[in-house]
Design a protein around this ligand. Structure first.
Ligand SMILES: [Zn+2]
Length: 484
């Protein structure tokens, strides 16, 4: 089915040929919102050749006029943390307003292969970091199995690397940056054998190439040594020592009860002029591979949970010790939901001005399909702890500015401005809502009327357009340098 869909992907030819009218498409009379300029007014938006050309109050003519009265016209959402990169997940991301979804936390194991596989076959824009986890597995002689991004726990994750191996890992990451990676992704909790010096050395490589490190930190919870606070200190320290920019992923699911304290550590680092940012998703459960090093001995004490707090997504099965041992020791990378957070903490984290919204999306967890609509429904409309503009800033401008550290192309993203890329979401602020649940994680959100990716409609009148693949790669400075 997926192959059939790929085969049907067509290029959008001919938009410039029929230029009898001034614009390819006009979004007429919508509430145009741009978090950078603060524009929040009824405007007409003229789109040509994949770009926003004109934003005015006076009428515009075009080959097609879309009536957007009563709807919000905003920059398409940019998800910095999306693991599932297949078309099935991209479709539910589109219904959640996402026009760019990048694998930045861990990174694709082979950047060139990732970019090649997606070229011309992607519904939305994409990109990736260089994976420290995968580079380490490769150098330890245990490359990741095809289609996986996380290693099973074992010597390659749990043993310290020799200085020679560290040098080889750094070289692999440089090669991956040359292939177009947008930064270095580090899942330190998945490689507990990585010493503090190994972590600093990877930050040195990022600093040398002037790209950020995106990291899932070393440890969660409160048990010392190894608390979330200490883990935050470790990466902020590495950023301070090396000068690399640092993005801490899903602070909600790593810092748990200490999330607000971890955010205050980031605030402190930023006050000392360090480039440190973070993100969260609006759910009380996390999800990861059960055979990974996250579940090495001590995880129950660390997370303050028990076997029964682990749930298999497809079946809803709560684990017992016996089932846990069986799955943890298996080489099959089974996802498991981890119920370790509270609604109060999530509700306090999401509105914090330092928090970008990022989904950590993968099939099996409702965050894959519902993250952005859920924030708009629950925090903007129901709890009213965020204004619509604040929420849009977290979903558009902030992640675009994060990507600007690696690519100038990101200056044209996350903005509803003349000259910006026509990555646009048109939604009803009164009805937008997530429908995905832990029982039905892939239910698409409702309320998105139109989604444009580089000017091409991917959702049109609320329906998926089946035969387009306008997604393009965002690539880092290494690729630009290598192609000169
Ligand atoms: Zn993670």
């Amino acid at each position: 089915m997926r192959n059939l869909f790929v085969a049907l992907c067509l290029l959008a030819f001919g938009t410039t040929l029929a230029a009898a009218q001034q614009y390819d498409l006009v979004l007429e009379g919508g509430r145009v919102m741009d978090p950078e300029t603060g524009l929040d007014a009824v405007r007409n938006v003229g789109i040509r050749d994949g770009k926003i050309v004109r934003i005015v109050a006076t009428p515009l003519s075009g080959r097609r006029i879309v009536h957007a009265a009563g709807l919000v016209v905003a920059p398409g959402f940019i998800d910095l943390h999306q693991h599932a990169q297949d078309l099935t997940s991209q479709r539910v991301k589109a219904f959640d307003g996402v026009t760019s979804a990048l694998e930045m936390e861990i990174g694709a194991p082979d950047v060139a292969q990732f970019l090649k596989a997606k070229e011309g076959h992607s519904l939305i824009h994409y990109g990736t970091t260089a994976s420290h986890v995968a580079a380490r597995a490769l150098i330890f002689g245990a490359p990741l199995p095809e289609g996986t991004i996380l290693p099973k726990s074992g010597p390659a994750t749990d043993q310290a690397a020799t200085p020679e191996q560290i040098g080889q890992i750094q070289q692999r990451l440089r090669d991956e940056l040359d292939a177009g990676a947008l930064g270095i992704g580090m899942g330190i909790e998945y490689t507990p054998g990585a010493t503090r010096l190994e972590v600093i050395d990877m930050f040195r490589t990022a600093a040398e190439r002037k790209v950020p490190v995106y990291t899932h930190m070393r440890s969660a919870g409160r048990v010392e040594p190894g608390s979330a606070i200490q883990s935050t200190e470790e990466v902020i320290g590495a950023a301070a020592i090396t000068g690399a920019a640092l993005h801490i992923v899903h602070i909600n699911s790593t810092c748990l009860r200490d999330s607000l304290e971890c955010i205050s550590l980031i605030e402190g680092a930023r006050a000392r002029s360090l480039d440190v940012t973070t993100e969260a998703y609006p759910y009380i459960a996390g999800m990861t591979a059960i055979n990974s090093a996250v579940f090495n001995p001590g995880w129950r004490e660390k997370l303050g949970i028990d076997y029964g707090n682990l749930v298999v997504p497809d079946t809803g099965e709560h684990l017992t010790q016996k089932r846990f041992d069986e799955l943890h020791n298996s080489s099959k990378p089974q996802w498991v939901l981890i119920f370790a957070n509270t609604q109060e903490i999530v509700d306090a984290v999401i509105p914090n001005p330092l928090i970008m919204i990022a989904s950590d999306g993968a099939e099996g967890h409702p965050r894959n399909a519902g993250t952005y609509s859920r924030v708009l429904a629950q925090y903007v409309r129901e709890k009213k702890t965020l204004t619509l503009m604040e929420a849009l800033r977290k979903m558009t401008l902030m992640p675009a500015q994060m990507l600007e550290r690696s690519t100038p192309d990101a200056h044209r993203k996350g903005r509803l401005q003349e000259g910006a890329d026509a990555d646009i979401v048109v939604f009803d602020p009164q009805t937008i809502a997530d429908r995905s649940t832990f029982e039905k994680p892939m239910e698409p959100s409702v309320g998105i009327h139109y989604l444009l990716v580089g000017g091409t409609a991917v959702i049109d009148e609320g329906k998926l357009v089946p035969d387009v693949c306008p997604g393009r790669a965002l690539m880092g400075p290494g690729k630009a340098k290598a192609s000169h």
